[in-house]
Design a protein around this ligand. Sequence first.
Ligand code: ADP
Ligand code: ZN
Length: 634
Amino acid sequence: MAILARNLFIFFIFTIFSGGCYLIWTIEHRLPERTYSEFRYCLSHHDISDMSFTGNRVVISHRAGETDSSPGFTYITTVPNPEELIAELKDKDIRIIFNKDRSEIILQGLALFYIVLLIIVIVLSLSRIKKEEQESKFATDKLIMPNDGHKVVTFKDVAGIPEALEELEEIVVFLKNPAQFSQVGATIPKGVLLQGPPGTGKTLLARAIAGEAGVPFYSFSGSDFVEMFVGVGASRVRDLFKEAKKNAPCIVFIDEIDAVGGSRSGGASASGSDERSQTLNALLVEMDGFGSTDNIIVLAATNRPDILDSALRRPGRFDRQVNILPPDINGRLNILQIHGAKIKMVSDIDLHQIAQMCPGFTGAELANLVNEAALMAARSGKKAVDFTDFELARDRILMGVERKGMIMTEKDRTILAYHEAGHAIIAKSLPDADPLHKITIIPRGRALGQTQQLALIDRHAYSYIYLKNRITILMGGRAAEDLAFNQRSTGAQGDILQATEIATNMICKWGMNETMGPQAFIIDDSGFLGGSSQRLSMANETAKTIDHEIKTLLTTCYENAVTILSQKFYLLKSLAGALLQVETLDNEEFDMILACTENKKTNSRHSDESDCTICPASQSCIHSKIKKISPCIL
Ligand code: ADP
Ligand code: ZN
């Protein structure tokens, strides 16, 4: 409103000033006025040259006197009856001019001009007021004040990323007591870049810093700044910092900063990149502009640090970078404990084993897992969430919903059962492979069946043997189909792709092949989201050798799988039969079937169901699933 008042004030000053000028001008240019009788006198005694009529106002000009050397002059007078006068002047040598009376038109025009000007002033002021309101709303909308009823997030709510917490603790200390730092002349970084895959807790961490320090928190996403119109983003950035300075000390958090801070050399489409680079420039200018005394800390998060403009990382901007990676097993356990506290679980639940079951899960995925498990429990009417709920929830997250309604022919199911049994047997037979967890032929998501192994530890480096075994396990599915039915199905598509990928990496990236030596032949397009790999340029001969080596490795593994399975063909048959009946088997059940078949092979008397020592097909069998398996398979 202040703007409107100011602009109206300016308008009135202008009106008065211009009106005054006009008045002075007309006064200065006004002709002397004479009475009608004076005019009559002049008419008879002097030499009038022109008379200019505007209504009954007449401007009279005299010629300079020829004889008496009197100068020419002009004056104005009012004539009572112009027509009569004109008739009287007929014989005289006077030039008579008629003018239209324009004074009214001019006055009307002026009035119109002022009215239009007034309207323009008001409209412009109002739109400016609206824009300012919106802009300050843009910043205040995203503001979380420390005591405004939001749940305060603290470091206790963040787990699994202890290194990052340690690094950011200093910022909390600074925000709580800036004087402590300024006293000794220490400057705290203005900007911290949190980089890591999505869902690892970057936003959570930023909020926890604000919560710990008890300062206001502005939370934006990079895309908030990018609008269709060039310049909007930049002005938003300026407004944001103007607002933030009012609330300092505070934290400004920009999520997905890559939306504005993507590399400018990327050559994106002209207008889009123009807006983005203007926004980015505004951000950089603002960050350069505020000093360490302003007590604003800018935190930004990205999962594409590789595409960020290098200008962002210069000193005085985001000069501190904190990597946030998915948690390790202890981290996962801690995160499960944090989120598990929000739901009701059975008291003896083994969260450690659940953490073990979820290698590579991020914080967000674990939070989701806990919620899904609670939903599972609620759906089946349980009072508390138990281990099976977590297991089901995990399968659902990893592989999608069970497709119970999917109809498969008996033949396809049989092939599938052999396929999965093949994977499982190889996984059990090879040393240094992850232990078996579950085999299932229930289709889920896009996968028809699944053989799951469980890593007891988080592996950070893989040995040659481990990788080779992994390929052999992957080949187990196809090998079983081949052995049992002497035919190949498309079911092995995913396995073959994965095996090829591992083999290629072993040879071209990890230098694990004798012939190729310790040399890299492909490079990764780095980034947390896993970019694409590209083969480096190489001689034709080299490419041929690489192809040959990959093929050799894959076929060796495949043949190895065939050998193992043909030696254990009886087990393969039993396992597939069991799977067809109960659809899902775990490690323990696998071991029982294994023991049974070995028993049966060595003990020729074991032909009748009651003879099975491990699973005597009696109702008392403790393993609920196994008891359903008809003994003839075993
Ligand atoms: P990002 O910003 O990295 O994409 P978020 O911070 O938005 O991830 O994480 C989403 C949710 O996942 C959080 O609200 C929180 O519930 C959960 N979460 C993620 N990481 C963690 C963690 N390290 N500790 C506890 N919870 C986490
Ligand atoms: Zn398979």
